[in-house]
Design a protein around this ligand. Sequence first.
Ligand SMILES: Nc1ncnc2c1ncn2[C@@H]1O[C@H](COP(=O)(O)OP(=O)(O)OP(=O)(O)O)[C@@H](O)[C@H]1O
Length: 578
Amino acid sequence: MDLLRNITAGNPRALIKPVLYTTLANLIGIVPFALLVEAARLIFEPFASPGTALQTERLWWVCGGMAVSLILMYASEVPAYRSQFRQAYSAAAEGRTRLAEHLRKLPLGYLNKRDPGDLANMMMGDFTMVEHGISHLVPQMIGALVMPVLALAGLSFLDWRMALALFAAFPLAVALVMLTSGIQHKLGANHMRAKIDAANRLQEYLNGIRVIKAYNMTGESFARLTLSFRELMRQSIRIEGLLGPIVLSAIACIRAGLTFMIMVGVHLLLGGSLDLIVFVSFLIVGTRIYDPLTTVLVNYAEFRYHEQAGERIVRLLQEPVMPGKRQPPAAYDIELEQVTFGYNRQTVLREVNLSIPAGTFTALVGPSGSGKSTVLRLIARFYDPAGGKVLLGGNNIRDMEPEALLSKISMVFQDVYLFQDTIAANIRFGRNNATMEEIEEAARQACCHDFIMKLPNGYDTLVGEGGSTLSGGEKQRISIARALLKDAPIVLLDEATASLDPENEAVIQEAIDRLVQGKTVIVIAHRLKTVRSADHIVVLDNGSIVEQGSHSNLLAAKGLYARLWDIQQQADTWKMIE
Ligand SMILES: Nc1ncnc2c1ncn2[C@@H]1O[C@H](COP(=O)(O)OP(=O)(O)OP(=O)(O)O)[C@@H](O)[C@H]1O
């Protein structure tokens, strides 16, 4: 049952129709074959029993029956074919959506541990293998058993000795495939690993192609890629090199059964204990059961390989999603109590205590790597802290449904990601049901309406994956428009003005001022002068809060903030002199 669950990526019901229809089609497929045996019997009868006349009328009936059975075969194969593909493609489409949904609900910590290439390969490659399993491997394997099983039953009835001889080698063939299934599984796993690694290396190469060109690193990075391709080739050859002989030996065993049956048949015929017609019937049936039996064995070997792809999907689907069912309260004060957190083993935040009253503006400042973004990620519950609590309106966010919590939060990141879609659709991510007027209004507020109108198709202009066709400042403003449209009571903002020119910076500041009005705001400030008027400034260093207060208090304290302020002031003065 586990195997069937794996090959269908956790949806074994998808096999019911294809297996039923294929089995039915195979059953009907036996009718012309049985009629062929009957025709042979009728033709051989006058030779086997001299003096008996050829039953021509009966022979005509058999021919008529054959014509009808061919029509029936066609009529049964069409729905079988349809159901195989319909079920396979719909199970894969439904499975891909389920997995994508599941990935969204998994803790980011889990996703960080996995290569994006691995997940992309699972979505496309592994599901293609599941499709093949549902459309071909399982239905054909089960359908192909119909003919040999019925042949065994029918032939045993005719002459059990001959039937035994015909099928004598089959258990040996099955044993060969079954006993080597451990090796097959190991080779399959190695091959799968090499395939994923090659996909990851390829993705890394394509993503980094600009850096590779810029630093003329073609040789080195290409070596990693070619090494992974070579490993994939090695594993492919190993799997074929070892599996091929196993399957071929199993097929040879089945074929040996026919030779053995002919030898037994000749012996019995010469001994006078076997009827010629029975012998001919066995010869006809014997030559026809190879194909289905070979299909069963080849499909089984292939099935064990494809089943591993499905197993990877099933295992990922079983990964626990972030817990929490409660809806967030309508109170937006945020508190961090003794929060400790690390992405890996290294601690990034140490016993952080922070109180952010609703409707206030708080700035997080500190050296690079001090943990500012991590604080925002914990408030948005991208991760749960290892120790301590994050409270919203006095309630632990660990108990809240992550999506419901996020509906209360607008986030503007430093590196904005735009989807390969129109500008309007990218802004609409803020609120799905927003009208075009609302989108335009948000764009106006975010100071991006004017530049959008200058684009070739205005709001319908397509932006490239990652927003590559827009400038950094334009992307930032689009993401502010998104956040304005969402109109969430909490705004988390990773200020990106550091790398922008003064003109863009002023426009973005204007957009941000509109976004944060009347909200509970936490801003990561890289440029201290932008947050001088914040209600509260929190200074982080090496994962701990080292000081906090208003701008003037912190300057007076002459601590880290005052030092950072001096450094930035001097840098600005230098810029002005230049
Ligand atoms: N996804 C991650 N996996 C592992 N370590 C991470 C991850 N994100 C951040 N870190 C590490 O955690 C520490 C804090 O990072 P964080 O991004 O919170 O700092 P920051 O103060 O926001 O830095 P910056 O101002 O440069 O953006 C850093 O040492 C960083 O290398």
